[in-house]
Design a protein around this ligand. Structure first.
Ligand SMILES: Cc1cc2nc3c(=O)[nH]c(=O)nc-3n(C[C@H](O)[C@H](O)[C@H](O)COP(=O)(O)OP(=O)(O)OC[C@H]3O[C@@H](n4cnc5c(N)ncnc54)[C@H](O)[C@@H]3O)c2cc1C
Length: 405
Protein backbone atom coordinates (compact mmCIF):
# COMPACT_ATOMS: atom_id res chain seq x y z
CA UNK A 1 0.00 0.00 0.00
CA UNK A 2 1.56 3.35 -1.02
CA UNK A 3 0.94 5.93 1.67
CA UNK A 4 2.44 9.43 1.70
CA UNK A 5 5.52 9.81 3.93
CA UNK A 6 4.60 11.09 7.38
CA UNK A 7 6.44 14.39 7.97
CA UNK A 8 6.21 17.29 10.36
CA UNK A 9 8.50 20.33 10.44
CA UNK A 10 9.41 22.72 13.27
CA UNK A 11 7.23 25.83 13.50
CA UNK A 12 9.82 27.95 15.30
CA UNK A 13 13.63 28.34 15.21
CA UNK A 14 15.86 27.84 18.23
CA UNK A 15 17.04 31.48 18.17
CA UNK A 16 13.39 32.66 18.16
CA UNK A 17 12.65 30.63 21.31
CA UNK A 18 15.56 32.06 23.24
CA UNK A 19 14.79 34.37 26.18
CA UNK A 20 11.04 33.91 25.79
CA UNK A 21 8.70 33.14 28.64
CA UNK A 22 6.16 30.41 27.88
CA UNK A 23 3.07 29.35 29.77
CA UNK A 24 4.13 25.76 29.24
CA UNK A 25 7.13 23.93 27.82
CA UNK A 26 6.42 20.27 27.00
CA UNK A 27 9.54 18.08 26.80
CA UNK A 28 9.02 15.15 24.44
CA UNK A 29 6.68 14.90 21.46
CA UNK A 30 5.53 11.28 21.83
CA UNK A 31 1.81 10.59 22.37
CA UNK A 32 1.87 11.96 25.96
CA UNK A 33 3.62 15.24 25.14
CA UNK A 34 1.71 15.99 21.94
CA UNK A 35 -1.61 15.33 23.65
CA UNK A 36 -0.70 17.62 26.59
CA UNK A 37 0.54 20.35 24.22
CA UNK A 38 -2.62 20.16 22.13
CA UNK A 39 -5.03 20.23 25.06
CA UNK A 40 -3.21 23.09 26.84
CA UNK A 41 -3.05 25.10 23.59
CA UNK A 42 -6.77 24.62 22.99
CA UNK A 43 -7.38 25.92 26.52
CA UNK A 44 -5.51 29.13 25.62
CA UNK A 45 -1.98 28.46 26.94
CA UNK A 46 1.13 29.55 25.02
CA UNK A 47 2.89 26.23 24.54
CA UNK A 48 6.30 25.13 23.25
CA UNK A 49 6.59 21.42 22.37
CA UNK A 50 10.25 20.32 22.14
CA UNK A 51 11.77 17.02 21.02
CA UNK A 52 15.40 16.03 20.57
CA UNK A 53 14.46 13.91 17.51
CA UNK A 54 13.22 14.91 14.08
CA UNK A 55 10.01 13.23 13.00
CA UNK A 56 9.29 10.58 11.93
CA UNK A 57 11.70 8.87 14.33
CA UNK A 58 12.15 5.18 15.24
CA UNK A 59 10.48 4.08 18.49
CA UNK A 60 10.49 0.58 19.96
CA UNK A 61 6.78 -0.22 20.26
CA UNK A 62 4.26 -2.95 19.50
CA UNK A 63 2.24 -0.25 17.65
CA UNK A 64 -1.11 -1.58 18.93
CA UNK A 65 -3.52 1.13 19.99
CA UNK A 66 -6.12 -0.38 22.32
CA UNK A 67 -9.71 0.55 23.07
CA UNK A 68 -8.75 2.80 25.98
CA UNK A 69 -6.40 4.84 23.76
CA UNK A 70 -9.02 5.08 21.02
CA UNK A 71 -11.48 6.27 23.69
CA UNK A 72 -9.16 9.16 24.67
CA UNK A 73 -8.62 10.18 21.03
CA UNK A 74 -12.36 10.11 20.39
CA UNK A 75 -13.14 12.11 23.54
CA UNK A 76 -10.81 14.94 22.51
CA UNK A 77 -12.13 15.06 18.93
CA UNK A 78 -9.27 13.16 17.27
CA UNK A 79 -11.32 10.05 16.52
CA UNK A 80 -10.67 10.40 12.78
CA UNK A 81 -6.88 10.54 13.12
CA UNK A 82 -6.54 6.75 13.05
CA UNK A 83 -8.77 6.28 10.02
CA UNK A 84 -7.06 9.11 8.11
CA UNK A 85 -3.75 7.36 8.68
CA UNK A 86 -5.11 4.00 7.49
CA UNK A 87 -4.70 2.27 10.88
CA UNK A 88 -5.29 -1.47 10.55
CA UNK A 89 -8.22 -2.90 12.53
CA UNK A 90 -7.21 -5.64 14.99
CA UNK A 91 -9.41 -8.71 15.35
CA UNK A 92 -7.37 -11.16 17.42
CA UNK A 93 -4.39 -11.85 19.65
CA UNK A 94 -2.63 -15.15 18.96
CA UNK A 95 -0.85 -16.13 22.17
CA UNK A 96 1.84 -18.81 21.64
CA UNK A 97 3.81 -20.67 24.28
CA UNK A 98 5.72 -23.96 23.96
CA UNK A 99 3.78 -25.04 20.87
CA UNK A 100 0.33 -24.20 22.24
CA UNK A 101 -1.75 -21.38 20.87
CA UNK A 102 -4.72 -19.48 22.27
CA UNK A 103 -6.67 -17.13 20.03
CA UNK A 104 -8.22 -14.17 21.78
CA UNK A 105 -10.69 -12.31 19.61
CA UNK A 106 -10.76 -8.50 19.93
CA UNK A 107 -13.64 -6.23 19.13
CA UNK A 108 -11.54 -3.06 19.11
CA UNK A 109 -7.98 -1.87 18.73
CA UNK A 110 -5.83 -0.95 15.72
CA UNK A 111 -2.20 -1.13 14.63
CA UNK A 112 -0.47 1.97 13.32
CA UNK A 113 3.23 2.71 12.87
CA UNK A 114 4.75 5.09 15.38
CA UNK A 115 6.15 7.13 12.47
CA UNK A 116 2.62 7.90 11.35
CA UNK A 117 0.87 8.07 14.74
CA UNK A 118 3.37 10.36 16.48
CA UNK A 119 3.68 12.66 13.47
CA UNK A 120 -0.11 13.02 13.22
CA UNK A 121 -0.37 13.85 16.94
CA UNK A 122 2.35 16.52 16.69
CA UNK A 123 0.47 18.02 13.74
CA UNK A 124 -2.71 18.05 15.86
CA UNK A 125 -0.82 19.97 18.58
CA UNK A 126 0.46 22.48 16.00
CA UNK A 127 -3.04 22.87 14.55
CA UNK A 128 -4.26 23.72 18.06
CA UNK A 129 -1.67 26.53 18.31
CA UNK A 130 1.41 24.94 19.93
CA UNK A 131 4.87 25.85 18.63
CA UNK A 132 7.01 22.82 17.77
CA UNK A 133 10.80 22.71 17.98
CA UNK A 134 12.55 19.49 16.90
CA UNK A 135 16.16 18.24 17.03
CA UNK A 136 16.59 20.06 20.34
CA UNK A 137 17.32 18.57 23.75
CA UNK A 138 15.56 20.34 26.63
CA UNK A 139 17.10 20.29 30.09
CA UNK A 140 15.34 21.73 33.13
CA UNK A 141 17.47 24.01 35.28
CA UNK A 142 16.75 26.72 37.89
CA UNK A 143 13.46 27.20 39.65
CA UNK A 144 12.28 30.73 40.54
CA UNK A 145 9.25 31.87 42.50
CA UNK A 146 6.91 31.70 39.49
CA UNK A 147 8.83 30.00 36.66
CA UNK A 148 11.29 27.28 35.71
CA UNK A 149 14.26 27.76 33.38
CA UNK A 150 14.90 25.37 30.49
CA UNK A 151 18.16 25.00 28.57
CA UNK A 152 17.62 24.18 24.89
CA UNK A 153 20.56 22.47 23.17
CA UNK A 154 21.16 21.69 19.52
CA UNK A 155 24.62 20.63 18.32
CA UNK A 156 26.96 23.26 19.76
CA UNK A 157 24.23 25.89 20.24
CA UNK A 158 22.61 26.47 23.61
CA UNK A 159 19.72 28.85 24.39
CA UNK A 160 17.49 29.26 27.39
CA UNK A 161 13.82 29.95 27.94
CA UNK A 162 11.48 30.13 30.93
CA UNK A 163 8.09 28.57 31.53
CA UNK A 164 5.46 28.83 34.20
CA UNK A 165 5.10 25.01 34.06
CA UNK A 166 7.00 22.16 32.49
CA UNK A 167 5.36 18.95 31.39
CA UNK A 168 7.95 16.18 31.22
CA UNK A 169 6.97 13.64 28.56
CA UNK A 170 10.46 12.44 27.60
CA UNK A 171 9.60 8.74 27.74
CA UNK A 172 11.39 5.81 29.34
CA UNK A 173 14.81 6.58 30.81
CA UNK A 174 14.82 10.16 29.51
CA UNK A 175 17.33 12.70 30.74
CA UNK A 176 15.53 16.00 31.37
CA UNK A 177 17.40 17.68 34.21
CA UNK A 178 20.52 19.76 33.62
CA UNK A 179 21.72 18.37 36.95
CA UNK A 180 21.19 14.56 36.67
CA UNK A 181 21.16 14.12 40.47
CA UNK A 182 17.84 16.05 40.53
CA UNK A 183 16.18 13.00 38.93
CA UNK A 184 14.62 10.57 41.38
CA UNK A 185 13.63 7.77 39.00
CA UNK A 186 14.18 4.13 39.94
CA UNK A 187 14.49 1.18 37.55
CA UNK A 188 13.60 -2.25 38.87
CA UNK A 189 16.90 -4.24 38.95
CA UNK A 190 15.28 -7.39 37.50
CA UNK A 191 13.57 -5.47 34.72
CA UNK A 192 13.69 -6.64 31.14
CA UNK A 193 14.79 -4.35 28.33
CA UNK A 194 12.80 -3.55 25.19
CA UNK A 195 13.89 -4.16 21.59
CA UNK A 196 12.19 -3.65 18.27
CA UNK A 197 12.46 -3.46 14.51
CA UNK A 198 10.18 -3.12 11.48
CA UNK A 199 10.53 -5.47 8.49
CA UNK A 200 9.53 -4.60 4.91
CA UNK A 201 9.07 -8.27 4.02
CA UNK A 202 7.70 -10.99 6.29
CA UNK A 203 6.21 -14.50 6.03
CA UNK A 204 2.61 -14.58 4.78
CA UNK A 205 1.55 -16.52 7.91
CA UNK A 206 1.65 -13.22 9.81
CA UNK A 207 -1.72 -11.88 8.70
CA UNK A 208 -3.01 -8.34 9.06
CA UNK A 209 -5.42 -7.75 11.94
CA UNK A 210 -3.80 -10.25 14.34
CA UNK A 211 -1.28 -9.63 17.13
CA UNK A 212 1.13 -12.59 17.42
CA UNK A 213 2.67 -12.92 20.86
CA UNK A 214 5.34 -15.55 21.64
CA UNK A 215 6.11 -16.17 25.33
CA UNK A 216 9.26 -17.75 26.72
CA UNK A 217 11.17 -17.84 30.00
CA UNK A 218 13.63 -15.21 28.67
CA UNK A 219 10.99 -12.76 27.49
CA UNK A 220 8.29 -12.31 24.85
CA UNK A 221 8.09 -11.14 21.25
CA UNK A 222 5.06 -9.45 19.65
CA UNK A 223 4.49 -9.13 15.90
CA UNK A 224 1.83 -7.17 14.03
CA UNK A 225 1.23 -5.94 10.48
CA UNK A 226 1.20 -2.16 10.11
CA UNK A 227 -0.93 0.07 7.88
CA UNK A 228 1.50 -0.38 4.96
CA UNK A 229 1.88 -4.15 5.41
CA UNK A 230 5.31 -3.94 7.06
CA UNK A 231 5.77 -6.21 10.09
CA UNK A 232 6.45 -4.54 13.44
CA UNK A 233 8.38 -6.68 15.93
CA UNK A 234 8.68 -5.60 19.57
CA UNK A 235 10.10 -7.60 22.45
CA UNK A 236 10.80 -7.50 26.17
CA UNK A 237 13.90 -9.54 26.88
CA UNK A 238 16.20 -10.51 29.76
CA UNK A 239 19.47 -8.64 29.21
CA UNK A 240 21.60 -11.61 30.37
CA UNK A 241 19.84 -13.90 27.89
CA UNK A 242 20.54 -11.41 25.06
CA UNK A 243 24.26 -11.78 25.77
CA UNK A 244 24.07 -15.56 26.16
CA UNK A 245 22.21 -16.02 22.86
CA UNK A 246 24.55 -13.77 20.87
CA UNK A 247 22.29 -10.75 20.43
CA UNK A 248 18.68 -9.53 20.26
CA UNK A 249 17.80 -11.09 16.88
CA UNK A 250 19.09 -14.53 17.91
CA UNK A 251 17.17 -14.50 21.21
CA UNK A 252 13.99 -13.29 19.45
CA UNK A 253 14.38 -16.14 16.92
CA UNK A 254 14.79 -18.66 19.76
CA UNK A 255 11.61 -17.37 21.46
CA UNK A 256 9.58 -17.57 18.22
CA UNK A 257 10.81 -21.10 17.43
CA UNK A 258 10.12 -22.35 20.96
CA UNK A 259 6.61 -20.88 20.83
CA UNK A 260 5.91 -22.52 17.46
CA UNK A 261 5.90 -19.38 15.29
CA UNK A 262 8.05 -18.93 12.20
CA UNK A 263 11.10 -16.69 12.02
CA UNK A 264 10.96 -13.86 9.46
CA UNK A 265 14.02 -14.29 7.25
CA UNK A 266 15.01 -10.62 7.36
CA UNK A 267 15.00 -10.56 11.16
CA UNK A 268 18.66 -11.43 11.65
CA UNK A 269 19.98 -8.55 9.50
CA UNK A 270 17.34 -6.05 10.64
CA UNK A 271 18.18 -2.77 12.31
CA UNK A 272 17.12 -3.38 15.93
CA UNK A 273 16.64 -0.60 18.46
CA UNK A 274 16.85 -1.16 22.22
CA UNK A 275 15.43 0.60 25.27
CA UNK A 276 16.37 1.31 28.87
CA UNK A 277 15.06 -1.02 31.59
CA UNK A 278 11.33 -1.26 31.06
CA UNK A 279 9.99 -1.29 34.61
CA UNK A 280 10.64 2.06 36.24
CA UNK A 281 8.90 4.24 38.76
CA UNK A 282 9.21 7.77 40.08
CA UNK A 283 8.69 8.80 43.71
CA UNK A 284 6.92 12.03 42.76
CA UNK A 285 5.09 12.71 39.50
CA UNK A 286 4.95 16.45 40.30
CA UNK A 287 7.59 18.69 41.84
CA UNK A 288 8.60 22.34 41.57
CA UNK A 289 6.45 23.23 38.56
CA UNK A 290 7.36 20.01 36.72
CA UNK A 291 4.60 17.52 35.88
CA UNK A 292 5.63 14.02 34.71
CA UNK A 293 3.38 12.17 32.28
CA UNK A 294 3.46 9.08 30.04
CA UNK A 295 6.45 6.73 30.38
CA UNK A 296 8.44 9.51 32.07
CA UNK A 297 6.11 9.17 35.10
CA UNK A 298 6.74 5.41 35.37
CA UNK A 299 6.28 2.31 33.26
CA UNK A 300 5.69 -1.43 33.57
CA UNK A 301 6.69 -4.09 31.02
CA UNK A 302 4.64 -3.77 27.83
CA UNK A 303 2.97 -7.22 27.57
CA UNK A 304 -0.52 -5.77 27.95
CA UNK A 305 0.14 -3.10 25.29
CA UNK A 306 -1.26 -0.17 27.25
CA UNK A 307 1.56 2.37 27.29
CA UNK A 308 0.08 4.64 24.61
CA UNK A 309 -3.30 4.65 26.37
CA UNK A 310 -1.62 5.76 29.61
CA UNK A 311 0.40 8.35 27.70
CA UNK A 312 -2.63 9.84 25.93
CA UNK A 313 -4.80 9.78 29.06
CA UNK A 314 -2.14 11.45 31.19
CA UNK A 315 -1.45 14.06 28.48
CA UNK A 316 -5.11 14.95 28.36
CA UNK A 317 -5.53 15.01 32.16
CA UNK A 318 -2.51 17.17 32.98
CA UNK A 319 -3.52 20.01 30.64
CA UNK A 320 -6.34 21.56 32.77
CA UNK A 321 -4.09 21.45 35.84
CA UNK A 322 -1.26 23.40 34.20
CA UNK A 323 -3.75 25.82 32.62
CA UNK A 324 -5.36 26.49 36.03
CA UNK A 325 -1.91 27.24 37.41
CA UNK A 326 -1.64 30.12 34.89
CA UNK A 327 -4.57 31.86 36.58
CA UNK A 328 -3.42 31.62 40.20
CA UNK A 329 -0.28 30.81 42.13
CA UNK A 330 -1.49 27.67 43.86
CA UNK A 331 1.61 25.71 42.91
CA UNK A 332 1.36 23.26 45.82
CA UNK A 333 -2.32 22.60 45.00
CA UNK A 334 -1.48 21.94 41.35
CA UNK A 335 1.29 19.49 42.32
CA UNK A 336 -1.08 17.64 44.65
CA UNK A 337 -3.86 17.67 42.05
CA UNK A 338 -1.61 15.98 39.46
CA UNK A 339 -0.29 13.44 42.01
CA UNK A 340 -3.87 12.43 42.89
CA UNK A 341 -5.11 12.46 39.31
CA UNK A 342 -2.18 10.36 38.06
CA UNK A 343 -2.79 7.79 40.80
CA UNK A 344 -6.49 7.60 39.92
CA UNK A 345 -5.84 7.23 36.19
CA UNK A 346 -2.91 4.84 36.10
CA UNK A 347 -2.36 3.01 39.43
CA UNK A 348 -5.00 0.26 39.05
CA UNK A 349 -4.06 -0.39 35.43
CA UNK A 350 -0.34 -0.49 36.27
CA UNK A 351 -1.05 -2.98 39.07
CA UNK A 352 -2.80 -5.37 36.71
CA UNK A 353 0.00 -4.98 34.19
CA UNK A 354 2.55 -5.80 36.93
CA UNK A 355 0.65 -8.98 37.91
CA UNK A 356 0.58 -10.16 34.29
CA UNK A 357 4.29 -9.37 33.83
CA UNK A 358 5.19 -11.29 37.00
CA UNK A 359 3.15 -14.29 35.89
CA UNK A 360 5.04 -14.34 32.59
CA UNK A 361 8.29 -14.97 34.48
CA UNK A 362 7.09 -18.51 35.25
CA UNK A 363 6.91 -20.68 32.10
CA UNK A 364 4.94 -23.36 33.95
CA UNK A 365 2.30 -20.80 34.92
CA UNK A 366 2.11 -19.49 31.33
CA UNK A 367 1.72 -23.01 30.03
CA UNK A 368 -1.09 -23.74 32.51
CA UNK A 369 -2.72 -20.39 31.64
CA UNK A 370 -2.75 -21.22 27.91
CA UNK A 371 -4.18 -24.69 28.66
CA UNK A 372 -6.82 -23.15 30.89
CA UNK A 373 -7.81 -20.72 28.17
CA UNK A 374 -8.33 -23.73 25.92
CA UNK A 375 -10.88 -25.17 28.30
CA UNK A 376 -12.36 -22.09 29.93
CA UNK A 377 -12.01 -19.17 27.52
CA UNK A 378 -14.24 -16.95 29.63
CA UNK A 379 -11.43 -16.74 32.22
CA UNK A 380 -9.57 -14.22 30.06
CA UNK A 381 -12.54 -11.94 29.47
CA UNK A 382 -12.44 -9.78 32.61
CA UNK A 383 -8.68 -9.21 32.28
CA UNK A 384 -8.81 -8.29 28.62
CA UNK A 385 -11.93 -6.18 29.10
CA UNK A 386 -10.25 -4.28 31.89
CA UNK A 387 -7.12 -3.66 29.78
CA UNK A 388 -9.17 -2.39 26.88
CA UNK A 389 -11.71 -0.41 28.87
CA UNK A 390 -12.05 3.30 28.29
CA UNK A 391 -10.74 5.61 31.01
CA UNK A 392 -14.33 6.72 31.58
CA UNK A 393 -16.42 3.57 31.13
CA UNK A 394 -16.09 -0.07 30.09
CA UNK A 395 -16.13 -0.39 26.31
CA UNK A 396 -14.61 -3.72 25.37
CA UNK A 397 -16.55 -6.66 24.12
CA UNK A 398 -14.20 -9.58 23.86
CA UNK A 399 -14.68 -13.20 22.94
CA UNK A 400 -11.97 -15.75 23.66
CA UNK A 401 -11.36 -18.94 21.75
CA UNK A 402 -8.44 -21.28 21.82
CA UNK A 403 -6.92 -24.05 19.82
CA UNK A 404 -4.13 -26.55 20.16
CA UNK A 405 -1.22 -26.19 17.78
C1 LIG B 1 8.74 -3.48 23.40
C2 LIG B 1 7.63 -2.48 23.62
C3 LIG B 1 6.38 -2.73 23.07
C4 LIG B 1 5.33 -1.83 23.29
N1 LIG B 1 4.13 -2.07 22.71
C5 LIG B 1 3.10 -1.22 22.92
C6 LIG B 1 1.84 -1.42 22.29
O1 LIG B 1 1.66 -2.33 21.48
N2 LIG B 1 0.83 -0.58 22.60
C7 LIG B 1 1.00 0.47 23.46
O2 LIG B 1 0.04 1.21 23.72
N3 LIG B 1 2.20 0.74 24.02
C8 LIG B 1 3.26 -0.09 23.77
N4 LIG B 1 4.48 0.19 24.31
C9 LIG B 1 4.62 1.37 25.17
C10 LIG B 1 4.70 2.67 24.37
O3 LIG B 1 5.69 2.58 23.38
C11 LIG B 1 5.00 3.82 25.34
O4 LIG B 1 4.26 3.67 26.52
C12 LIG B 1 4.68 5.18 24.72
O5 LIG B 1 5.50 5.44 23.61
C13 LIG B 1 4.87 6.29 25.77
O6 LIG B 1 4.71 7.53 25.16
P1 LIG B 1 5.43 8.82 25.74
O7 LIG B 1 4.89 9.96 24.97
O8 LIG B 1 5.36 8.82 27.21
O9 LIG B 1 7.00 8.61 25.40
P2 LIG B 1 7.75 8.38 24.02
O10 LIG B 1 6.82 7.87 22.99
O11 LIG B 1 8.94 7.54 24.36
O12 LIG B 1 8.22 9.82 23.57
C14 LIG B 1 9.19 10.51 24.31
C15 LIG B 1 9.86 11.56 23.43
O13 LIG B 1 10.65 12.42 24.26
C16 LIG B 1 11.82 12.79 23.55
N5 LIG B 1 12.80 13.24 24.55
C17 LIG B 1 13.34 12.51 25.57
N6 LIG B 1 14.15 13.29 26.32
C18 LIG B 1 14.14 14.52 25.76
C19 LIG B 1 14.76 15.76 26.09
N7 LIG B 1 15.55 15.90 27.17
N8 LIG B 1 14.54 16.82 25.29
C20 LIG B 1 13.73 16.73 24.21
N9 LIG B 1 13.10 15.58 23.86
C21 LIG B 1 13.28 14.49 24.63
C22 LIG B 1 12.19 11.53 22.78
O14 LIG B 1 12.97 11.85 21.63
C23 LIG B 1 10.81 10.98 22.40
O15 LIG B 1 10.41 11.40 21.10
C24 LIG B 1 5.55 -0.67 24.07
C25 LIG B 1 6.82 -0.40 24.60
C26 LIG B 1 7.85 -1.28 24.36
C27 LIG B 1 9.22 -0.97 24.91
Amino acid sequence: MALPEPRVAATIRLDEVSGQRWDLVVIGAGPAGSMAAREASLAGARVLLVDRASFPRPKVCGCCINGAAIGVLTDVGLGDLLRHNCAQQLHAVRLASAGRIANIRLSEGVSLSRERFDTALIQAAIDAGAEFLDQTQALISNVNADARAVILKRDMTEQSAAAKSIVVAGGLGCRVFAEPSSDERHASPASRVGAGTVLDVAPAEYCGGTIYMACHKHGYVGLVRLEDDRLDIAAALDSDAIKQHGGIAKLAAQILTHAGLSIPEAMDDANWHGTAKLTQHREHVAAERCFFIGDAAGYVEPFTGEGMAWALASGRAVAPIVVDLLQDDGEADAMQAWTDQHRRLIARRARLCRYVSRMLRYPAVVSVAVRLLAHAPWLARPVVRSLNASFQAGRANIVVESEKN
